[in-house]
Design a protein around this ligand. Sequence first.
Ligand code: SAH
Ligand code: SF4
Length: 341
Amino acid sequence: MQILTGLSQKEIEKITDELHQSKFRARQIHNWIYLKSAKSIDDMTDLSKDFREELKKIAKVSDVKIKVKQESVDGTLKYLLEYPDGECVETVLMRFDNRANLTACVSSQIGCAVNCAFCATGKRGFIRNLDYKEIVEQVLTIQRDTGLKVTNVVFMGQGEPLLNLDNVLKAMKIFNESLQIGQRRITVSTSGIIPGINQLAEIDMQSTLAISLHAPNHDIRKQIMPVENKYNILDLKSALKNYIAKTGRRITIEYLLIENLNDTFDCAKELAHYLHDLKCNINLIPYNSVEYNDFKKPSNSSVMKFKCLLEHSGKKVTVRLERGADIDAACGQLKGKYLQI
Ligand code: SAH
Ligand code: SF4
């Protein structure tokens, strides 16, 4: 049985050829899948009934199940999706009242090997990569379930996208070409996997690259991100300079603020110095609480102080709004079904 979600127009044409139908039929099916969010082949009402019956014998729209769906008081939706092998992954839809944007926060892996000290996903360890169709399914499941069109995608769910780059790039191509989501409306967030950053520089990626920096120096970074032992903050900076030079793009620096660990005046100064010659915006993320670690979220006033200090260095600084915390859908809280911490 062929699954239609994730197929390109060309791949759908192979199916219509097999059934002796025209390329125009393939176009219709493609649009039903990606733009009109058909839930089943029967929804594709501009195909003849006979053709739909033939198609149903060899294909179906999706093989992903929504296991759990939760809605936050702020409108954020979190889905636990189950793939045919029984593995589950979380995906989140964020809506911002004052904007038309609908942002899907997608997962790139089941679990994550990077094991950052502050992150619930890392606690689960690495289970497996998602293939590109499984990544695309996340956005389409949201569209089918809500009837809404996703406008932005961020790779900030479970997993490290640059350790599954081939599938992430294939999924991005489908988001762009089939779902018509502009490349610049797609953000890939990484803990700083240097070979992946170099690869993105080579292909001249036009989507936004976000770097989870979270510390201004090697010593603090290695306390919270084991990846620092492999790809240290100085080599990371060289890779980022090269990326910016090759792509001409401004990057986003994500900086998680944890009370008394990396939110001090000295940290802000050191961070400003590290970033001074990098073309970047800074996004501050107040730590979201995860069970069984001792980190604390800083007070609003210390977040604002940190922001002001960085703004003095001439950078654009935003503070990430916490979304969906009441349903554990905020950044770093996604953990899948099996984790018991
Ligand atoms: N693996 C990638 C992308 C997924 S994580 C990465 O690490 O960048 C998406 C973002 O959520 C990252 O910036 C990550 O550091 C952040 N995050 C993880 N745990 C968090 C927590 N407990 N509170 C706030 N942000 C967290
Ligand atoms: Fe993996 Fe990102 Fe979580 Fe670190 S923050 S463990 S890289 S998902």
